[in-house]
Design a binder for this molecule. Structure first.
Ligand code: NOJ
Length: 801
């Protein structure tokens, strides 16, 4: 089937009523039952007051054509998204660049650890710093707008091709990471874009396709009930809006039957009305399927502008917007609001006063086909080096986001081994280039360590320190004999021949490096690591009784070999970025004590994840029904650890789990109310501010405890606070526990520190679908503090009302 071929407008539909049980058969006729939300709420510039007057004056100075130009991208610019300059008034245009782990379309830029890796660090300081440095690099390249960070996909399915671009399937952890990253990026005067709004949980059929008979088959529809929408998928976007994010990118998929970029309930209703979003909604590239309808539904900027991306093709917007105003089908006031929304962050961040010129190399690297430089853009020198000393953060954060899962007999840290073997095609240099944009095709990357995934979230490596590079350097210190075999085919098929070259045999320690390709444009077909990974591990472990497995992956993997007695240690290193080898060597040798924790669950088998898979089947692939692709989120709130906990299922490594080379304890948990006033069930009435009703973020309770390092080496503990909120009759299943606080504390041996967790109103509420409000229920709220979702050490409870 061919994507991007045709576009059909569907009516704007809205959210479904809450479902109460798993495996409920969804009534698809319900989609048409909810009213559309119009008109699009105008921005008041709240939070950006000083900029409002400037944005308003800017609008008043524009012709109708110029207004349409500020809202519609042009393909012939240097960036992945371009708003054309207006020389008449000295407006330099806008340069939009990917992505969440690096400024992708650039040379001499840093490739940072992926969002998932950052989340696995659970380190608020490092996550913020990553955002700060990303912002500095976008700025240095003249990119006004960073198409980052990502919280959709959230991670309903571990098979999602883009799960690694964002942070964690847990909305609380992701919400915190979004806030910190956005604050960091925007601190450098670069506009951040929270993407993709919303329900973008799979790559498969994310866009419409054309069937064999020529019928347009619409994109997959993520069908999400109201409570799940609020408590899971919207949650981190609410944090983003509260953090003052400049823009939100709407997604390719349909939401409850209607394309996300023209879904008035999602854009006008949830985002602009309920969350009080003051900036602009931009479309994902080619996600616009209508002109006036998308404008009325709340979309403010059309990217990349022309249909099908290329300059020769027309746009639903551009001249069609002026036509719509002139023939009366669109009010000019809506157009003015759109321009104000686009210009508010530009003025707020002073991008009109002081902003570096665009690096013209970006145009040469532009993937959108023929894109001659539009000479009205302002260019500076080419190939500016914006990396500064960011490599240090990359190395530290990737080590901090590395999770030690198994460590039998203190296999790690390594102690000057005499003889080491390194195995696996992920250990050495990539042989097919350092740039992994390719949307599909793990087959193209047999050899080489995987530092980052593919697609628009990738980065152009200036170098990559491979695990083998770093081990070669490190082993010299101890005079270790280092031998390696990087051919997975050989190791998995003919171990006798493979291991023949190694002597003395077997090595004292064997390191196996595995990888799992993940990219935009395709979902994973298996959760097992690639390239015969299981046979590779089993054969190495069959020969070497001290086998340590390191994985480079963009999400959960199954590990069928995890309990093999010769697999003495397992380390999940995620997508670490350019310093990969240095970061893993820091962990393996104990220069850095592992402190990463899983931001997802590793289940026993792939079948255990079946509760929320990728919607796909042979029937769907061959369908002639335009509306056939429906992905019903029937599991509701029960994704990830919430599912495994509710169904009391054992897992291999639970959410929040990760070992250290030291030990920690927790004591003295106490929970107290903040302030003396009585607490109402519903939030006090207050004017909506960015993020929604501001009282949702009032801290109402504080939990405190003492965390201590009881071991013999320095290390960092991640104290995790989970709440057990009451079941709400008629409102679906409430998970048994949800993360509502975490703190990472570095401690010397014998040292203790206090940790505290402020519980905000939203943290202790549920979304009431009847009242259409966040409500605190009268029941008891359980408090569980521990070092993972299943390592609960202290408990308490309180009643909020
Ligand atoms: C499509 C991707 O979904 C989006 O994340 C990206 O920013 C744009 N392409 C531009 O590359």
């Amino acid at each position: 089937m061919a994507p991007f071929k045709d576009y059909i407008v569907l009516a704007a539909l809205t959210l479904l009523p809450t479902l109460s049980a798993q495996n409920t058969t969804w009534d698809h006729s319900l989609y048409a039952s909810s009213p559309p939300v119009y008109p699009s709420p105008p921005t008041t510039g709240q939070g950006w007051e000083a900029a409002y007057a400037q944005a308003d004056a800017f609008v008043k100075n524009l012709t109708l054509e110029e207004k349409a130009g500020v809202l519609t991208g042009v393909a012939q610019g240097p960036c992945i998204g371009n708003i054309a300059p207006i020389p008449r008034i000295g407006f330099p245009g806008l340069c939009l660049q990917d992505g969440p782990a690096s400024i992708r379309q650039a040379t001499f830029a840093t490739v940072f650890p992926a969002g998932l890796t950052a989340a696995a660090s659970w380190d608020k300081g490092l996550i913020y710093e990553r955002g700060l440095y990303l912002g500095a690099e976008f700025r240095g390249k003249g990119a006004h707008i960073a198409l980052a960070p990502v919280c959709g996909p959230l991670g309903r399915s571990g098979l999602a091709g883009r799960g690694w671009e964002g942070f964690s399937p847990d909305p609380y952890l992701t919400g915190v990471a979004m806030e910190l990253t956005i604050s960091g990026i925007q601190k450098n005067g670069v506009q951040a874009v929270a993407k993709h709004w919303i329900g973008n949980e799979q790559e498969t059929q994310r866009n419409p396709s054309v069937s064999d008979n020529g019928t347009t088959i619409e994109a997959v529809s993520s069908n999400i009930d109201d409570r799940t929408m609020h408590e899971l998928y919207m949650w981190p976007f609410a944090n983003s809006v509260r953090a003052g994010v400049a823009s939100i990118m709407c997604s390719y998929n349909r939401l409850n039957g209607s394309y996300a970029c023209q879904n008035s309930k999602a854009l006008n209703g949830l985002l602009k009305d309920e969350l009080g979003f003051q900036g602009y909604v931009m479309s994902d590239w080619g996600a616009v399927h209508a002109g006036v309808d998308s404008v009325q539904a709340g979309l403010d900027m059309n990217m990349p502008g022309p249909l099908g991306f290329f300059v020769s093709e027309p746009s639903f917007w551009g001249p069609n917007l002026t036509l719509a105003i002139n023939n009366g089908s669109l009010a000019e006031e809506r157009l003015d609001d759109m321009v104000r929304r686009v210009m508010l962050p530009y003025f707020h961040f002073g991008q009109n006063v002081d902003f570096p010129p665009i690096d013209p190399e970006s145009a040469d690297l532009n993937i959108l086909g023929v894109t001659p430089l539009l000479d009205t853009f302002t260019y500076g020198p080419a190939n500016v080096d914006v990396r500064d000393d960011h490599a240090k953060l990359v190395r530290d954060l990737a080590a901090a986001g590395t999770v030690l899962l198994k460590n039998t007999n203190n296999a790690l840290p390594l102690k000057a081994p005499k003889n080491m073997g390194v195995f696996g095609n992920d250990a050495g240099d990539p042989t097919n280039g350092l740039y992994t944009l390719k949307f599909v095709g793990e087959q193209n990357y047999e050899y080489g360590t995987l530092a980052v995934g593919g697609g628009s979230g990738t980065g152009r490596l200036t170098y990559v320190v491979t695990p083998l590079d770093a081990l070669k350097v490190r082993t010299q210190q101890d005079g270790t004999l280092l031998q390696y075999l990087l051919n997975n085919t050989l190791i998995s098929s003919d171990p006798t021949i493979a291991f023949y070259s190694i002597a003395p045999s077997p090595p004292e320690v064997c390191l196996v490096f595995l990888k799992t390709w993940a990219s935009e444009g395709a979902d994973l077909t298996s959760l097992e690591a690639d390239w015969n990974s299981t046979a590779v591990v089993e054969n190495v472990a069959g020969y070497c009784n001290n086998t340590i497995v390191v994985t480079h992956t963009g999400g959960p993997n199954t590990m069928p070999w995890a309990n093999h007695p010769n697999v003495t240690a397992i380390v999940a290193a995620h997508f670490p970025g350019q310093e990969s080898g240095n970061s893993i060597v820091d962990i393996l040798y104990g220069n850095v004590n592992p402190s990463g924790k899983l931001p997802y669950t590793i289940a026993n088998t792939e079948a255990d994840y079946a509760f929320a898979g990728i919607t796909n089947s042979t029937e769907l692939q061959q369908t002639e029904d335009p509306n056939a692709w429906q992905s019903d989120f029937t599991e509701g709130l029960l994704i990830e650890y919430r599912h495994f906990d509710y169904y009391n299922q054992s897992v291999l490594f639970e959410f929040g789990f990760g070992l250290s080379y030291t030990n920690f304890s927790l004591s003295d948990l106490s929970v107290s109310k903040i302030g003396n006033g009585t607490i109402s069930a519903s939030p006090p009435q207050a004017a909506i501010a960015p993020g929604g009703n501001p009282t949702l973020y009032d801290a109402l309770f504080r939990a405190t405890a003492t965390v201590s390092n009881t071991g013999s080496v320095a290390g960092a503990a991640v104290s995790q606070l989970y709440l057990s909120l009451p079941q709400i009759p008629g409102e679906g299943i409430t998970p048994l526990k949800v993360l509502r606080g975490f703190e990472k504390t570095s401690l010397e041996p014998g040292q203790s520190a206090q940790v505290s967790f402020d519980l905000m109103r939203r943290d202790i509420s549920h979304w009431d679908t009847i009242a259409q409000e966040w409500m605190i229920s009268s029941g008891n709220i359980g408090v569980q503090l521990g070092f993972s979702s299943r390592d609960i050490i202290l408990t308490d409870s309180f009643s909020a009302l």
